[in-house]
Design a protein around this ligand. Structure first.
Ligand SMILES: [Fe+2]
Length: 347
């Protein structure tokens, strides 16, 4: 069963007239979720490899275009080009496609709540995604949203966060411990917010929705250590609020939680160990069509294995027939442009 969005899912699949579209049966359990971030071209071997995979639901984590503008006409034209590209058309035709935005499609590099064109930007994003006219997403500020797929006992909730629309100005400065990640420093200023109170209250309600597995899609990395670059680590109070919410959910048996993220233009798996709870993972896949060209990866005490710095995509396999102590067996996988496995972890 797919809540909120039976109508949306079908619209996603039926609009556009592509011959390969099939109706998504929301009663079927979701077994494979494909995801990625950061697309700056319509033609790249990684996009071809993406389309060769099988998935039940796809999630795009932002930088779906590089708008980098305060001119609505420029943004609209870039969305039109992406929307009508063979890759995006095929992506939309195969299965439900969910998306949030990151800084470059929201508007500008590292932009947040003070980005001047955010209301128009939201409208253009929702047009790009063919969001139905009566969608709640068109009636509230920000593009956050939540979906539940599958029957009771096999329900996957996918929560798309908006880490841009409400995000306070990040603090900047010199931090001796950071070699090259960027100019940001963590701030414990309680007036600073990542999600904004309205989105936080909405999110707390979403964690009450019955689900057997919850996937949190955050455009920026959630678990990673502070690095100077954009990440939840820049706002430790907000990160703790999320960790507390996740822990409360898991402690009360309301489904395991897993994070996916993009943004960094490299891929890595982060793992946070918590007493009495399953390890918390954040699989970062970035970028779909770009190679990281900014030096070595920043330190991340939570990193498992190594980073990967060329084009990549993420896959999550859920085996509902094999249970672990924490729920269904889940395998996280990261593929390179040739389809090779660069990261794999059963959790
Ligand atoms: Fe990007």
């Amino acid at each position: 069963m797919i809540f909120r969005h039976a109508a949306l899912a079908f619209l996603l699949l039926l609009s556009g007239g592509c011959a390969t579209r099939r109706a998504f049966d929301g009663n079927q359990p979701v077994s494979v979720i494909a995801f990625g971030s950061c697309i700056d071209t319509n033609s790249h071997p990684m996009l071809d490899t993406f389309l060769k995979q099988h998935w039940d639901v796809a999630v795009m984590l932002g930088d779906n275009i590089y708008a980098d503008t305060t001119d609505a006409a420029v943004m609209r034209a870039k969305y039109e080009e992406r929307k009508h590209s063979p890759f995006w058309q095929s992506l939309r035709s195969r299965a439900p496609l969910l998306a949030t935005w990151d800084d470059h499609d929201f508007g500008w590099n590292d932009s947040g709540a003070n980005y001047a064109m955010k209301i128009e930007s939201q409208r253009l994003f929702l047009e790009f995604m063919d969001e139905p006219a009566d969608s709640e997403r068109r009636r509230r500020e920000g593009v956050y949203d939540s979906y539940v797929f599958g029957p009771p006992g096999q329900r996957v909730q996918i929560i798309l966060l908006d880490t841009r629309y409400f995000r306070s100005v990040l603090s900047t400065g010199i931090h001796n411990a950071v070699p090259s990640g960027g100019r940001y420093v963590p701030s414990t200023d309680t007036n600073k917010t990542m999600l904004g109170e309205t989105q936080w209250l909405w999110l707390e309600k979403q964690f009450q929705v019955p689900a057997d597995l919850r996937l949190i899609a955050s455009s920026i990395q959630f678990i990673s250590e502070f690095s100077g670059a954009e990440a939840w680590a820049n706002m430790p109070n907000e990160k703790k609020r999320m960790l507390d919410l996740v822990a409360r959910t898991e402690r009360t048996g309301r489904g395991r939680v897993l994070f996916i993220s993009g943004d960094r233009h490299w891929a890595e798996l982060s793992r946070l160990d918590r007493p009495g709870l399953p390890p918390l993972y954040d699989l970062t896949s970035s970028a779909l069509t770009q190679k990281h060209a900014r030096g070595t990866p920043t330190p991340n005490q939570y990193r498992e294995g190594s980073t990967y710095h060329d084009a990549n995509m993420g896959l999550i396999f859920i085996d509902w027939d094999h249970r672990t102590a924490y729920g269904p067996q889940i395998t996280l996988r990261l593929l390179d442009a040739a389809g090779g496995v660069r990261i794999e972890k059963a959790i």
